[in-house]
Design a protein around this ligand. Structure first.
Ligand code: URA
Length: 280
C-alpha cells in the first residue's frame, strides 16, 4: 500500500514527537517554539557584560572565591539586577523565599510545579549547593530527594553527618523542563538569590556540588576536577566562608571510579569540622 501525503505528514509528526519525548520534553507551554539556546548565547546587552580583567589579582567581591590557583571567571556575568536591591531587604530565609515566590522574571518558574527552596538545617555549619531540582525533588518539595539524594545522604553519613547537620539548596530553585541543566541566563538571573541565601544562612563551610555550582559560585571556568579538593575562601557579604568544592553525586553515579576523590574531599571536610584538639 502506498503512503498518502497526509499519512507521511502524520508519520513525520509522530517521529518528531517521539524524538522530543526522548529528549526530555514533557510539557507544552506555548503555541510557538522559543529558541532558548539562542537567547542564552546572545543575551540582551543590558543584562550581561564582559569581565574587563581577570579576577585573580583583585580583592574578592561578594560571592567570589579568593584563590591564586583557579582560572579567571567566565566571560559573562550578570550585572546587579534591579531585584538585587530588594534582596538586601530580605533579612530572613523565609523573607527570601517569599521574594522568590514573587519573582516572575525567570522562565523556569512558569514550567515548574513549585519552588524547591531548601532542605536540612538552616543553622548548620555546612551548606551544600547543587544545580537544580529534579523531578523527585519537585514532587517532594525538597532538594536532593530520590536516588541522587540517597547517594548524597550516604556520602554525608560516611563522615557522620545527616540532614539535621547540613543545609541544602540549589543554584536555581525551579526544576528545568525535562530535567535539563539550567542555562547560563537562568543561572545569572537567579544567582543573586542563592548568594543572599548563603549570606543569610551564614554557614562556616560552603560545598558547591558539581560543575554548575562550582563555576557559578566561584566565578571561574576551571573544570570540576581541578576545583575539587581545593580549600578556597568565599566571601558572602561581610562573612568569609571556607569553600570545599566537591563532585556532584549525579556524576559519581555515572563515574563510580571517581568516588575515591569524593571520599578524599569528604575526609578533608570532616577534618576541618573537627574541633581542634586541646593544647597539651
Ligand atoms: N537534586 C537537587 O536538588 N540538586 C541537584 O543538583 C541534583 C538533584
Amino acid at each position: 500500500m502506498q503512503s498518502t501525503s497526509a499519512q507521511l505528514d502524520r508519520d513525520i509528526l509522530e517521529a518528531v514527537l517521539a524524538w522530543q519525548a526522548v529528549m526530555g520534553v514533557d510539557l507544552a507551554i506555548g503555541d510557538m517554539p522559543i529558541d532558548r539556546f539562542a537567547q542564552s548565547i546572545t543575551p540582551p546587552q543590558q543584562e550581561m557584560t564582559q569581565e574587563a580583567t581577570p579576577e585573580l589579582q583583585r580583592q574578592p567581591r561578594p560571592g567570589k572565591a579568593a584563590s591564586a590557583s583557579i582560572a579567571p571567571p567566565a566571560q559573562v556575568e550578570a550585572q546587579p539586577e534591579p531585584a538585587r536591591q530588594r534582596l538586601e531587604e530580605a533579612q530572613t530565609l523565609a523573607q527570601l523565599q517569599a521574594l522568590l515566590e514573587q519573582f516572575d522574571e525567570c522562565a523556569l518558574k512558569s514550567t515548574a510545579a513549585r519552588l524547591v527552596f531548601s532542605d536540612g538545617n538552616p543553622a548548620a555549619r555546612v551548606m551544600l549547593v547543587g544545580d537544580a531540582p529534579g523531578a523527585d525533588d519537585e514532587r517532594e518539595g525538597r532538594p536532593f530527594s530520590g536516588r541522587v539524594g540517597a547517594l548524597l545522604d550516604k556520602m554525608l553519613a560516611a563522615i557522620g553527618l545527616d540532614r539535621t547537620q547540613v543545609y541544602l539548596a540549589n543554584m536555581v530553585p525551579w526544576r528545568p523542563p525535562g530535567n535539563r541543566a539550567p542555562n547560563p541566563r537562568e543561572i545569572a538571573q537567579l544567582r543573586p538569590f542563592i548568594l543572599r541565601q548563603i549570606e543569610l544562612a551564614q554557614p562556616e563551610f560552603l560545598i558547591p556540588l558539581g560543575t554548575i555550582a562550582m563555576q557559578s559560585l566561584l566565578q571561574t571556568d576551571a573544570p570540576p576536577m581541578r576545583l575539587r579538593g581545593q580549600a578556597l575562601e568565599f566571601v558572602a557579604g561581610a562573612q568569609k566562608i571556607r569553600a570545599f568544592p566537591m563532585l556532584h553525586p549525579i556524576y559519581l553515579l555515572r563515574q563510580p571510579s571517581h568516588k575515591r576523590h569524593a571520599w578524599q574531599d569528604l575526609q578533608a571536610l570532616q577534618r576541618a569540622l573537627a574541633p581542634a584538639p586541646p593544647k597539651p
